[in-house]
Write a protein that binds this ligand. Structure first.
Ligand code: MF3
Ligand code: CO
Length: 247
């Protein structure tokens, strides 16, 4: 069963997601070489709390920060620390805001200074994977068409799709059913109902898709240490398309 939200609930989600969007823009305007990932997290904490929201990630299953800040070969769930951002890094910032009983969720991958052509392409393709996923997406679309479209575009560009992390529905909980994988067979899965709210979040690797989690229990890195990128928006499925809440 895929849950749907009322218009009243969607209005509240819209507000949480607006804060996520604005926070990501704020981080994008500030992030630069020489900053630590902890300083990036501080910006996120300040912005979200100043917006009258709470950072959903802080304390979630013991997670110790407001944002996930994942550099280069870190795919997701990079814990902010004293690591200094360098020219040539790519950095994904993933954050959630909780307000009025609802969570919003979004992620962007930023390029620090001059990055290699491969990293630049990876960031662009990862973002484009999201837009491929929502092309034609509307009520009645089979769930796994999302992953099919992400995978097709990523692999046609020579990249691979991370398997062990997925998108998800969202609402009163940060992670609601169903999971939204970034790979799949066209025409399969339950049909999406109008009013369901999904986080669609391609996680794409320049090399292989295998990952391992470091001893901190969170940080997920590619096994081959090649770079990975992440791009995420929260969307409402509508009768005639999608409404993107974090753009
Ligand atoms: N924002 C992440 C997601 O897309 C959640 C990160 S897990 C946390 O699902 F522990 F950091 F919250
Ligand atoms: Co998410």
């Amino acid at each position: 069963m895929i849950g749907v939200k009322t218009e009243e609930e969607i209005a509240l989600l819209r507000e949480s997601c607006r804060i996520v969007k604005e926070c990501l823009e704020f981080v994008g305007s500030r992030i630069a070489a020489g900053m630590t990932t902890k300083e990036v997290d501080d910006l996120v904490y300040q912005f979200i709390t100043a917006s009258g929201a709470e950072p959903s990630c802080l304390g979630y299953c013991g997670y110790p920060a407001s944002a996930c800040v994942s550099v280069n070969e870190t795919v997701v769930h990079g814990i902010p620390d004293g690591r200094v951002l360098q020219n040539g890094d790519i950095v994904s910032v993933d954050l959630c805001a909780y307000k009025n009983g609802f969570h919003g969720d979004g992620a962007r991958t930023f390029c620090i200074g001059e990055v290699s052509p491969e990293k630049k392409k990876l960031v662009k393709v990862t973002e484009a994977c999201f837009f491929k996923a929502i092309e034609g997406l509307k009520a009645g679309t089979p769930l796994y068409d999302i992953g099919y479209n992400v995978q097709k575009y990523a692999e046609s560009n020579g990249f691979s799709v991370i398997r062990s992390y997925t998108g998800h529905a969202i609402g009163r909980e940060m992670h609601e059913d169903p999971a939204v994988p970034n790979y799949g067979r066209r025409g399969t899965g339950p049909r999406l109902p109008a009013g369901c709210v999904l986080c669609i979040e391609p996680m794409i690797a320049a090399g292989g898709w295998r990952v391992k989690v470091l001893d901190d229990g969170w940080t997920a890195v590619t096994l081959d240490a090649r770079p990975a990128a992440h791009y995420e928006n929260t969307v409402v499925v509508r009768e005639d398309g999608v409404e993107i809440l974090t753009l």
